[in-house]
Design a protein around this ligand. Structure first.
Ligand code: UD2
Ligand code: MN
Length: 425
């Protein structure tokens, strides 16, 4: 009888120790989360942190038939922390807007509601809306690292910082060589000393500035010229990277360095910041003879049985893509004669396909982007999107440029500055 009691006591002791100290389920893990997650505005769900699920266990590395060791790149700890967050805009939920929140002033400077953005955490959580198959995928253990290049012109404080936070929070640190913020001659005070002061706490983040207003194309080039990573990844300055977004991109480049890869671009609502897919996820980039970018359904003969597989894309949307750094320069970077905004997405797309590379959209990589209500910034006089489009058509489309002129006769007589120089070189 006594021995039995002793055993029972021993068992109870072990159980208590396990409850206290077992990683991820023990009380210690709750303590550890509170103490070491020192982001300023983390909030835990009142009911406690959800337990880790069996299908969220790290899968061991496997060697494929090609001899490549592949591993599970998910950061389950970070995913669990994200799942526990609640509050304004958390889990990508729309912010409950009142009429006073929607005054014109809220949109004037950014083209989206900056009042709402300011009231959502810089570390907010997003819903994991990837295809189920993405959750099981392994990617090469050895991936190239990347410089993240973010051009900005008069971007809002919270939207710019949330872009940087989301990248650093949701990328494996060893894959981020640096984050380069390239200021295209902004005049907003918050983007000067306050931004530099803020970024002192983020040693991987560097700030470069153009000496005059260059437009997004030459601004990206300035960042790319300074980049040291093996890959360069461009993002707009009002994005949010979603769960495990980076390894699926880098993996395709590791397999073929001439592949340019684009994440799926999700929509962050410009009014309430709700996070959702674009209408029709199974679409890809295209353009018409007016050179308007549009998304059209993937033709049935090209559709895959498994919608989580990468698919070829004729033209990219423009802002969000990763490319092997040396390949980008072998392609000639961007045409430096393209001004301010637009057309560069065709130029880079045409070049990669014509120069023996390829371009893909990667369904398991998702990044949110705020599509603005209207363009808030000024475009210097004499510059027009039409000139950029004409320039790209003349340089790259040969006799097909004629189709563009038939649709847009007024383009025929435009002078697309520097075009002659470009053709001579
Ligand atoms: C889309 C692309 C954008 C670009 C553009 C065509 C996406 C999600 N966005 O328009 O990246 O390819 O089509 O050119 O695919 N910026 C500057 N200087 C300027 C103007 C803009 O640095 O003079 C920055 C701006 O802060 C932003 C980026 O360039 O980070 C793109 O500009 P946008 O957000 O106004 O373009 P968007 O998303 O309407
Ligand atoms: Mn944008």
């Amino acid at each position: 009888m006594r021995r039995k009691e002793k055993r029972l006591l021993q068992f109870a002791g072990l159980l208590i120790a396990a409850l206290l100290f077992l990683p991820n389920v023990g009380l210690w893990s709750l303590y550890r989360d509170r103490v070491f997650d020192n982001s300023p505005d983390t909030m835990d769900r009142p009911g406690g942190i959800p337990p880790i699920q069996l299908n969220q266990m790290r899968k061991v590395a496997q060697v494929g038939l090609d001899g490549v060791r592949r591993t599970d790149w998910h950061d389950y700890e970070a995913m669990r922390r994200d799942a526990a967050r609640f509050g304004n805009g958390e889990q990508g939920k729309p912010f409950p807007l009142t009429e006073t929140d929607q005054v014109d002033q809220a949109y004037r400077e950014n083209g989206f509601n900056i009042y709402v953005s300011d009231r959502i955490s810089l570390n907010r959580s997003l819903p994991d809306i990837r295809h189920e198959n993405c959750k099981q995928k392994l990617y090469a253990e050895k991936l190239p690292n990347t410089s993240i290049i973010i051009p900005f012109h008069n971007e809002g404080w919270s939207s710019l910082l949330r872009t940087v936070h989301s990248v650093l929070n949701r990328s494996p640190p060893q894959l981020i060589a640096e984050v380069i913020l390239v200021d295209d001659f902004s005049d907003k005070e918050h983007l000067k000393v306050p931004l530099e002061e803020y970024m002192k706490r983020m040693p991987k983040v560097h700030i470069l500035r153009t000496k005059k207003r260059e437009g997004l194309i030459r601004t990206r080039l300035l960042g790319a010229a300074a980049a040291k990573g093996e890959v360069i990844t461009f993002l707009d300055s009002h994005c949010e990277a979603n769960v495990n977004w980076l390894p699926p991109l880098l993996d395709r480049i590791a397999q073929n360095r001439k592949t340019i890869v684009c994440p799926m671009i999700d929509v962050i609502d410009h009014d309430n910041f709700g996070y959702d897919t674009q209408a029709g996820d199974a679409m890809r980039g295209a353009f018409d003879w007016e050179m308007y970018y549009k998304r059209i359904p993937i033709p049935p003969e090209l559709q895959r049985d498994d919608p989580s597989q990468p698919f070829e894309s004729p033209v990219m949307a423009g802002g969000l893509f990763a490319v092997d750094r040396k390949w980008f320069w072998e392609l000639g970077g961007y045409d430096t004669g393209l001004e301010i905004w637009g057309g560069e997405q065709y130029e880079i797309s045409f070049k990669v396909w014509m120069c023996g590379g390829r371009m893909e959209d990667i369904p398991c990589s998702r990044v949110g982007h705020i599509y603005r209500k209207y363009v808030p910034y000024k475009v210097p006089g004499g510059i027009s999107l039409a000139k950029n489009l004409k320039r790209v058509a003349e340089v790259w489309m040969d006799e097909y440029a004629e189709y563009v002129y038939q649709r847009r006769p007024e383009y025929r007589h435009l002078s697309a500055r520097n075009m002659a120089e470009r053709r001579r070189s």
